[in-house]
Design a protein around this ligand. Sequence first.
Ligand SMILES: [Zn+2]
Length: 91
Amino acid sequence: MTAMSSAEDRPDLHVIDVFMMSVKCGNCDTYQTIVRFEKHPDKNTYVYECENDLCDPNVTRTLIEVPRHLDNSTRRAEELPYYSRDEEELP
Ligand SMILES: [Zn+2]
């Protein structure tokens, strides 16, 4: 008998926290700001845009998709002002 536990038995270790990541624009070389959070049945989408006059957000906008079961940021994202809870009512 061994008391050792394997990391593979710890699914909680395998999560993604988008707030720990920085999103940088390859065009203007500055960091993009999160402007929208969307919940979907199988994934969450975080939308980032350049907040300057150099880039057209329609061209440089970044969408980061995180599988819901790996997303460790949902609660925090929901507290942000740009998230509209009424936008989508999930059953
Ligand atoms: Zn840019």
